[in-house]
Each structure stands twice: as C-alpha cells, then as structure tokens.
Design a protein around this ligand. Sequence first.
Ligand SMILES: [Fe+2]
Ligand SMILES: [Fe+2]
Length: 384
Amino acid sequence: MAATLKFNQNGKFRILLMGDPHEYYTPSRGVDKRTKDFLVLENMAIDELQPDLVVYMGDNTHADTPQALRASVERITRPITGRNLPLGIVFGNHDFEAKVSDPWEYINAYRAYENSLFPAKDDALSGRYDYHAVIRSSDGSRDAFNLWFMYSGNRAPKESCSKYDYVRPEQIEWYEKTAARLKADNGGTPVPAILFQHIPVPEEYELFDEVPAWRLPFDALRGQDERDNKCYKLKKGVAGFAGEAPCAPSVNSGQFDSWLRTGDVKAAFFGHDHMNDFAGDVRGITLGQCKLSGFHPYGDGTRQGVRVIDLDESAPDRFVTYMRYYRELVGDRCQSITGPERLMHDRTSMTLEFCLKAFGTAAAAAALGAAGAAVSHKIKKLKQ
Ligand SMILES: [Fe+2]
Ligand SMILES: [Fe+2]
C-alpha cells in the first residue's frame, strides 16, 4: 500500500529534496566512502530539518544485478526507512543504464518500502512510470495539495533533434486527464500542485539573460546542446546559483504550456544539473533546481546540498523554498573529498573548468591553488 500524506495539525508540510545520489553499489567492494558521505548528509538533513516527505530527484541508483539494486536501494534509503518517513522517487537518465535496465525492477525495489509513494497498483502509473500523490488537509476532509512525479527519460529518440529526452505527448495527456479528474473531485477548482522531474524543461532558459562570450571566464555559462553557440547569465533577482547552463532538451514537447493551461502547477523542481540550485518565476510558475546531494558524480567540492520546500495549507501559492548545504549541515570535511577541491565554491569550479579548456592543466592547477588558499582563508575567518 502506498504511503498517505497529510498536512500537520498546524497546517504545514515540509518536503526535503535530495538531488542525484548516483549510488552504484557492488556488494563485493563494500560501502564506498562517497556513499558514507551521502548518508551523513541525508541523516543530518533529516535530523535538523524534520521533513514530512523525502524526494529523490533522479539518477538515484544503477546496478548490475537485481540483488545489488535492492541492496543499493536499501542502503541509501535507510535514514528514511529507519524513521518511517514517506519517500517519493523520480527517475533520471542514468537510473536504468546499468545491466539492470528494466524500470519495473527499480520501481519494485523502491515499492518494497511500505511508505513509498509509488502506487501499489501498476495501472495507477502512466505508461511511462509517472504518478501522483495527494496531500490531505489537516482535518482529513479533502485533497489540499497534489504532487506530480514525472519521468523525463534518458537520451532523445533522435539525437539529431535533441541530446536529452523530454516528457512525451502521451505523458502530457495522462497528466491533463488526471489533473482534470482531481479538479472535478475538488468541486471544479484545480488542486494546487508541485511537480518533480529529473531533466528540466527548456523554459528554465527564461531565467537567464544572453550575454557576450567574453564574460565566460567571469560570470557567464556556455549554453547546452543547440544553444552551445550562446552564453548566459542568471537574471538579476533569481535566487540561487547556476554553475552550468540548463541541460534541457532542445525539443519542446509543450509540457510547460500544458501546466499553464491546466492551472494547477505552482512550481516544478528538477535535478540533473549537478551544480545548479537556482529558483525563479517563469510566467507565474516557479522553476527550481536541486543541486546534487551525492558524492559519486561530478560536482563542486563539498557544496552538495538539499532543498527544502515548506507548504502552507492555508496559502498554497506562497510556499517557501531554500537550499541547505553540506557545509552548513555537516561542516567542511568529508571522507571522499580530501584534496583542495573540498574548499572549492561554485565559482571556483567554473573558473577551473574554463582554465582547463582554454590554457591546459598548469593554468588550472594555478587557479585551483589560488582559489583554495582564498577559500581556506575565508573559512578560517568565518570560524574565528
Ligand atoms: Fe546526475
Ligand atoms: Fe541526469
């Protein structure tokens, strides 16, 4: 049976997002230091933030045998299962890439946990593993809020059109039909909703200004895919940080327009872009990133973090969201990142990447040394 969600007696509900764990567990090799660091962050975040629901934002686990998959899921979700917290999952482009590639193996591995939000019946999911979960009002009388969990695929069917996949028309149709049913059950008013998905929608670029290429080493980012001949910078007033331009699909399947038409989605949050944690308004809908919480993939030093979303039953349009970083929750030391890169901050890693591409290893090493010394000095000062 899937978990049931309900606003607390004070009308609040807190969601904790964890981005891109990228857990790859081989039983014969034991537990990796990087997994241990992820678990420390997960435990500390749950203890301090006391969420009512935890959501993994995709690229969660990949495994070569069904046994390794179940062990991997069991291991990284232990801080959640041990506290009997509800767990929501969206899948990312890497989840089904290893030898175990059947999505149902993954769904069933997470569904084995009785407080998972995956519907108990297979036909309650769309044909592409999308599902939703309502949050009941604090008095239990109505559906007060809704959460969408959408699958954004892996690579696009035709690489010439787009590198990354996108939510397909039949998924949009499933979303619209399901939202219409919820609206009818709610007396004709759309049930306010937040949507979770791994790969961002192309409309995230509306949070950026296009800027000249000479700004690349300073504060600009090269566009991705079809936009790689353009440079971008986050617009003034958009909260958070962009360490890379959105890796959105080049094909726009109309998903964002569907949200506008349907009128229920107040915000959509994404993973996939490990160094992005901005959130801003696009035509009345908040688009936000949760940067990575895992330590396995590329990132930027120990700037891993988690995102908090606080819902208020009496004001569903006015949710609050913010990031909490590993350094705030745990500190500046971890087991898997021990070199100077643990002192890096977002801008340092971008400058480093630019130096590597433009001038080679020596220049990058010099930049890293200078940045590491500067950050080390700053941390010392903060601790004084
Ligand atoms: Fe990822
Ligand atoms: Fe991804």
